[in-house]
Design a protein around this ligand. Structure first.
Ligand SMILES: NC(=O)c1ccc[n+]([C@@H]2O[C@H](COP(=O)([O-])OP(=O)(O)OC[C@H]3O[C@@H](n4cnc5c(N)ncnc54)[C@H](OP(=O)(O)O)[C@@H]3O)[C@@H](O)[C@H]2O)c1
Length: 308
């Protein structure tokens, strides 16, 4: 039986990956900062046999205990906001390096780092730079590591359509950040989980970088329009320069439930789409699900009413 350690295994992506790996018979270890929360969530999801470790990627000794004896390690940890001791550099760069180094030292065969399209070690954005430097550090520490760069992910509970719907419920006028012209290529979160499972199963994927994007490209304006159509709302869409949303976002992003972070604004400053020069879902023989097929199953006026 294969043993896979998943850092961030309770996250939006991580919990789908854990379910997928457990279903194929792998022994799965989940490493997170809040193990008690993780145990009850996994039990509720029928995954009570998954082993849970309390391990912060900033804690080298805890990381070492999670990777010892594992066949594969996936780092799907996320930090979207800098607060307290959590900085992008500490989690996405140094934390990523620690997990890769300890995995290599433990003789782990396969390593996957979940990063993101747009990661760039030379970026002026602290978030995007830390993602790029994290990729580089992981490749140095674990040369056979596979880097997975998803585009914005969608699925029930996402931070994309669910957030747009939330904003549409709260605000009479919706801000088209940066004019709403940025193009995104949203990908279904289950397709990303499947991609990682296939990467782990295929030694030929070692050392490669994958861009995992969906089948369609949409501007931010189009994503707002889809959300409004599905939720049956009419709202004015008003173009707003990046600089105008940056300051309030900086002030509010540490509040629980804040819909936007400065890192996300930075990502919106360039198109977030696959470059076309790296392998993706097609090379993994995955037919990606479209926004139009999946989003109406969890984002529609009737679904929202069901929940209220
Ligand atoms: N969501 C998207 O649309 C999107 C798009 C592109 C790329 N990505 C990337 O995909 C990855 C997963 O994202 P996600 O949206 O699934 O994240 P998420 O829902 O925010 O989940 C983050 C996970 O990481 C754990 N975690 C956070 N800080 C940690 C730390 N210091 N040490 C150990 N565990 C920690 C969290 O559990 P605890 O809080 O209990 O520690 C949780 O399990 C990230 O690398 C993200 O940047 C996401």
């Amino acid at each position: 039986m294969t043993t896979v350690s998943v850092f961030g295994g309770t996250g939006f992506l991580g919990r789908r990956l854990v379910r997928r790996l457990a279903a194929e018979g792998s022994a799965v270890r989940v490493a997170v900062r809040h193990p008690d929360r993780a145990r009850s969530a996994l039990r509720a999801a029928g995954l009570g046999r998954v082993t849970v470790f309390g391990a912060d990627v900033r804690d080298q000794a805890a990381v070492a205990s999670v990777v010892a004896g594992a066949d594969a390690v996936v780092n799907a940890v996320s930090a979207y906001v800098e607060t307290g001791g959590v900085t992008f550099e500490a989690v996405h760069e140094r934390g990523a390096k620690t997990v890769a180094r300890e995995a290599a030292a433990a003789g782990v065969a396969r390593f996957v780092l979940v990063s993101g399209i747009g990661a760039d070690p030379t970026s002026g954005s602290p978030y995007i730079r830390a993602r790029g430097r994290g990729e580089r550090a992981v490749q140095e520490e674990f040369p056979g590591a596979t880097i997975v760069r998803p585009s914005a992910m969608f699925g029930p509970g996402d931070a994309l359509f669910s957030t747009l719907a939330h904003l549409a419920r709260l605000l009479p006028v919706l801000p088209l950040i940066g004019g709403g012209r940025t193009r995104l290529q949203p990908v279904y979160v289950e397709d990303v989980a499947e991609a990682i499972a296939r990467i782990l199963a295929d030694p030929g994927t070692a050392g490669r970088t994958y861009e995992i994007a969906g089948p369609g490209m949409y501007t931010l304006r189009e994503l707002f329009e889809i959300t409004l159509r599905l939720t049956g709302r009419r709202r004015l869409l008003v173009p707003v320069p990046f600089a105008v949303v940056e300051l309030p976002t900086r002030l509010l992003e540490r509040q629980p439930g804040s819909p936007l972070t400065t890192g996300q604004i930075d990502l919106l400053k360039a198109d977030n789409v696959a470059s076309g020069s790296l392998p993706g879902l097609r090379e993994l023989n995955i037919e990606p699900k479209a926004v139009e097929e999946i989003v109406p199953t969890y984002l529609s006026r009737s679904k929202l009413l069901d929940r209220s």
